[in-house]
Design a protein around this ligand. Structure first.
Ligand code: CA
Length: 440
């Protein structure tokens, strides 16, 4: 990961409000797919409270001839073709956009007309998602969840050897704001060996980091660990909504299915790997006695700089809080450094058997929980599987989500000497089940 002039904290933009913007200063430049009143979907880049329209930019004659194909590729309605470009070309787009948006650029007045106010834009899923895989790399989550089932032996023997994952469903991945229709299913009845059927009584969120993949390896060709980082286009936020009672009943022996695939919410902005270069750091040392990663997962550069120092948090807004004008309450906060595996290790492992990754593939890291109770990234952990309700500042309590509740994920990176950059939001409000009459 290279640092260059685009990361300079002193860099200023001519875009009103962009300098010192908490999320989208000129040092960030996250990509998105958006539409406005014209309803034409195209690629954009967030700057301050605006989106720079890349399609209009490609047509405006403000881009050098050699940069035009890259801008035009990123301007497409979906970012898959841009994701598929080589990392040097993706870096080139950042350099072009940073230059154009820098204070004093001679084309400022023409470029100003290409800005769309973010509050007038609809943000879409950034790319078609060919495949979605959800890892289980948050070790504190794995420990806490495992302890509920195996108090003396919370981690299964494979956990520290192999990056565990399940194959999620891409058809139900949506951008922030899509409602969560309360799932109905076969629910585990506590202590019982038969289920009942109805709306989940244990609807939960999972606080995760999204990883967007460039892809391109042929079937049968693993991506070596020292080339894995360049296969990652960027990062976002991901909520792996989970119906715990459905999950508990159906998961044995083949893993998650309908308890998970009713919706997965991602934030609409792809914060690029290039933008995150200042916030990469060493993978936290493994505990004494833990196995070393096998050679195909071990790379010196990845261990030294492959972790992501990113803070993430989950907030809740209940209908009563909304009615009384209360702000959402932060339920938990954790960090990318709470992951046991680096993003590059996930890429190398996923392709190690020859599985081909495709441009737009989406990985979730797994629930990211901190080591303490303030870092619990799901209600399952916060409430000890529903035994200890959470009391909110409004006086309400929750064991699991209720209809009308809105869950908001946020994330940001900050480090002394660099501009803070943010990831936007991944939001979703729970709606009552659609067909109550089917439940009779
Ligand atoms: Ca998950």
């Amino acid at each position: 990961m290279m640092l260059d002039h685009t990361h300079d904290a002193h860099l200023r933009s001519w875009v009103k409000g962009a300098d010192d913007h908490p999320e989208f200063p000129i040092q960030n430049l996250p990509l998105c797919s958006f539409s406005d009143a014209s309803c034409v979907r195209r690629g954009g880049v967030a700057i301050g409270d605006y989106i720079l329209d890349l399609q209009a930019l490609a047509e405006a004659g403000l881009v050098d001839r050699e940069d035009l194909p890259i801008v035009a590729t990123a301007a497409q309605p979906k970012l898959n073709d841009f994701f598929a470009l080589a990392s040097a070309q993706r870096r080139q787009l950042r350099s072009v956009l940073s230059g154009l948006l820098t204070a004093g650029h001679p084309a400022k007045h023409q470029a100003e007309r290409l800005l769309v106010p973010m509050d007038q834009a609809t943000l879409h899923l950034p790319a078609d998602v060919p495949d979605y895989t959800d890892f289980f790399a948050g070790i504190h989550h794995a420990m806490t969840a495992g302890r509920m089932f195996r108090p003396d032996n919370p981690l299964l023997p494979n956990y520290k050897h192999v990056p565990i994952a399940y194959h999620g469903r891409s058809s139900s991945v949506r951008a922030s704001g899509h409602p969560v229709v309360h799932p109905v299913g076969q629910r585990a009845v506590h202590g019982g060996t038969t289920p009942d059927y109805g709306p989940s009584r244990r609807l939960d969120y999972e606080l995760e980091i999204a990883i967007w993949i460039s892809g391109g390896n042929q079937l049968g060709e693993p991506i070596p660990i020292d080339r894995a980082a360049e296969q990652i286009v960027g990062f976002g936020l991901l909520n792996d909504w989970s119906a715990r009672d459905v999950q508990a009943w159906e998961t044995q022996p083949l893993g998650p299915f309908l308890g998970k695939n009713f919706l997965t919410t991602v934030s609409p902005f792809v914060v690029t790997s290039e933008a995150l270069a200042p916030f990469r750091c060493a993978q936290p040392a493994r505990a004494e006695g833990d196995p070393r990663p096998l050679p195909y997962l071990l790379d010196e550069e990845d261990q030294a700089n492959g972790a992501l120092d990113m803070t993430i948090e989950v907030l809740l807004l209940t209908p009563a809080m909304r009615e009384h004008g209360r702000p959402p309450v932060v339920l938990a906060r954790s960090s990318g450094l709470d992951l046991y595996w680096t993003p590059a290790q996930m890429v190398a492992h996923h392709s190690s058997n020859g599985c081909d990754l495709r441009a737009g593939d989406l990985f979730g890291t797994g629930t990211v929980s901190g080591p303490g109770p303030e870092g619990h990234g799901s209600l399952l952990e916060m409430t000890s599987a529903g035994k200890n309700p959470v009391t909110l500042p409004s006086g309400e309590t929750r064991t699991f989500l209720e209809d009308g509740d809105e869950v908001i994920l946020r994330g940001w990176c900050e480090r002394e000497g660099y501009a803070r950059i943010g990831f936007g939001e991944a939001r979703g409000t729970v709606l009552a089940p659609l067909s109550k009459e089917l439940l009779a």
